[in-house]
Design a protein around this ligand. Sequence first.
Ligand code: ATP
Length: 353
Amino acid sequence: MSDKTVAVFLGDDASPEVMAPTVALLETLALPISFVYPPVATNPDSAPGNNFSESAKRMVDQADATFFGSTSGASTQALFYLRWGKQTFANVRPCKWRPGYQSPLRQPESIDFTIVRENLEDLYLGLEGDLEDLAALNLYSKHARANLKDLGPGRYAIKAITDAGSERVIRFAFELARSRGQKRKVTLTSKYNMLAKADGHFRDIGFEVAKDYPDITFETFIVDDFLCRMITQPQALDVVVTPNLYGDILSDGSAGLMGGLGLAPSGCYGDSYAYFESAHGTAPDIQGQNIINPTATILSAAMLMTYLGYSEAAQRLEAAIDRVYATGQSLPVDQGGNTSTSEFFERMGDLLI
Ligand code: ATP
């Protein structure tokens, strides 16, 4: 009898090459978890917007969490449901350097921070259109000293920073800083000088929430300044909270600090659901070559185990990853080794026995 159910989407392109063996690895841990596979339309183009069936949705709803392989199309509707349908507002992207990771930095030791990216709003609401549709609003740009309609034809995208959406993700970041118990610091970053209304609002809410956490240091940096600090002094960071778009970009940068996208796990949390997916995409350029690095996916699985209450399993997975890199044997191709994806999984299996 299983205590927990996990819905699994194997994903597209090179994703299944790391997803399927990671589930197999989890199965060797002999935990009371059953893995179910919601059906995914094989040809999403044939039914645009409708390739996520009711039965697949039910399987996601009935599961305790979802383990999601990156998609280039087939499970996009499922992903949208996991985000907006399940209100998974906090995308947590840890950046922890482990000995053996091929960081480009001279001194990557002790890098251990986590980016909390707002996951549901900002520019990612898909509210885009033609500038001429806004002409009737008579919008005036103080910066350009011109009316919007006089700028000529073009497109717009709306950046929405809501009170509730900002507060919950910032509060999540403070709680995370407390539970990590490390530097007990939250760094908020946005472009609050140029976008005083929208990004400034995100920062103002940060200051409000910070009042409830006197035990946590709170600091803010404009995102360009922050990026320079993230590269030059990454060890100074603990928990970083940021609107969606900056978080998307900065977290790929933080993966680069560790040694590449193949190392970057991720989890998206809501109040009553979570899904886990590597920070990288489907890596189509290396599909079928048996060289995709499984580390990000295995560490995302460790985050899933922690979420389900199996922290010991999570620690075992992390310890096995630590061991592979610390010994410098069985390194994947993107980390300067010549170990194939399947050989990496064999080694993980040996270490988990
Ligand atoms: P998305 O837009 O979904 O983030 P993308 O197409 O921008 O995806 P990725 O799929 O993340 O980007 O790939 C970017 C580059 O990183 C590619 O060259 C890819 O091969 C490489 N890459 C990504 N993940 C891995 C991995 N796990 N192991 C090795 N290389 C990887």
